[in-house]
Design a protein around this ligand. Sequence first.
Ligand code: ATP
Length: 585
Amino acid sequence: MDFSDEQLAVINAPLHPMAVVACAGSGKTQTAVRRLAEIRKRLGEHRGRVALLSFSNVAVNTFRTNYQALERELPVGFGRNRVEIDTLDGFITSNVLRPHGPRTMKCPRTPFLVSGNEPFLRNKDYNFWVQATAADVFPVQPPDLGKVIINVRAGIASFHFQQHRMLLPINNGIKAATNLAATGAYTHNLGRYWVYRVLAEQPNVLRALSRRYPHILIDEAQDIGTLHQEILEMLIKAGSHVSLIGDPNQSIYDFAGANGQFLAEYGHRLGVTPYGLTRNYRSVPLILSLANTLGQRRDVANRTAPLTPHGAFFVTYKNAERDTLIETFNAAIAAASLEVGKSAVLCRGRDLADELAGRDAAIGQGAVKLLARAAIHRDRQQNYLDAFKLVAWSIVGLLADPPEGLVSRITQPSQYPDMAALRRVIWRYTRSSETGLPSAELPASSQWHELLVARTKALLTDLDKKFELKSAPNLGNKLSKKALPASPLVSGDDLVADGRRKLRIDTVHQAKGESLDAVLYLATKDHVLSLIAGANTELGRIGYVAATRAKNLLWLGVPANSAAELRPTLLKMGFEEIGAPLKKG
Ligand SMILES: Nc1ncnc2c1ncn2[C@@H]1O[C@H](COP(=O)(O)OP(=O)(O)OP(=O)(O)O)[C@@H](O)[C@H]1O
């Protein structure tokens, strides 16, 4: 691949902190990993390590694969292994929380991750009290401990409970967090809080960390929330060169205080050099021009207009017609010689995405619900890793008195190599639809459930025999068929409809970072208004992310009853209207 001048400027920049504000589809991944290799090369035999950190496991895996290829170009013994590619949370957990957390958390053991629904959390000492109204408070109970959100601004921590899209204040955050920390347990959010506290209270740890990592490069830097920001500020003060790369228009995690501002302003700091990536390699010119209008940018399209139908369109729909709209879109993808398997319908919310995809949000209860979701992940999306994690949560929930932190120990192989034997047993159960978790294509409340009960009980007997892990009483109740549908969890025609693949229907958040041939952003009036208003609000940025996933074809679904009001603006912005009546087939 030939890097552009802008990309090369970033890759070959002096070893100083930098802020790279990049547009969508500008090749941040390749640029960041090249920069990592370049820093490592220039450091030569220097003992310091270089960290490249991002926010999703998918991004981290891509970086690791790309770096492996580049690493071979570095001279042998040139410290080329002294790089760390991880998620920001993975990095702070392994470098700070696990080795140094116990002193600040005042726990007698290595801290361990909990999901928030473990039985031992049902203790009133760990209740976070939520102030719903002036007169009304309620405790956060498992399984919702994972929804306790902590933000730190100017050194002051605030605790909130995330209820739908609202953040409700918690009035005893530090006390409950401190009580819980004494057991060693932390959720993802609390983990960040304790890292922040460790670095603030143990200056020697901060100094050592900064010396060990003189250069830290953060990808997707628009997702840096307030706690991550405070942690990075401490590292910067301690001497690490922190560089950021990202797109402020794509920050869609407002509740964690991630609004892209840190990235947008970082380049103005003394000692930080600003760079830009303004060439979009993903989208055809018509889509890019619309993205420029939405994001108030002037990026350049690397692609030329193809001959096949392409561009940005809007189409009106009534709620009752949504399925027909999706089928029409599917046909349009084929007509444009694009791949259905590389396209998607995107929605703002998980509920709508599930409803449209025919996924019943309420499938089964308790452990059975987790196992049903695991079967769906495995058989619909071939996502074995998530299926494995769900099985691990579910099986541990079926044990009488599981050791604390057992799920983390099963699901984090690199940190707990001693758990390999148990992990193998859980993997075998997860992988095999013949002898383990039954196929999601079997009728759920009858055949699937019957096999599930028999095989899960056999697994539990095995766990008792091999690992002395006793099963909980009342397994019959815990594995009941309540809320399971009679139909299969995944039907055959999920995969194929009318000889065509069925379209993926997903949330915008889930598609972040991806390139898709064609995108239908199915919007409400509010979503369209926010999209039009630009990237100043989170909802506007969600629309921006949806629109900029599309390589060739972008459809915006607009509710029919607001079409008259929205049409003139949409046309002015560069959308074309698809006027043909939507006919089935
Ligand atoms: N110099 C280049 N020449 C040709 N193609 C490139 C170049 N740089 C990047 N690309 C291609 O551009 C596409 C988009 O790159 P990438 O996915 O890294 O974008 P991104 O900046 O992470 O986008 P987003 O933030 O929107 O997710 C990829 O297919 C990549 O291979």
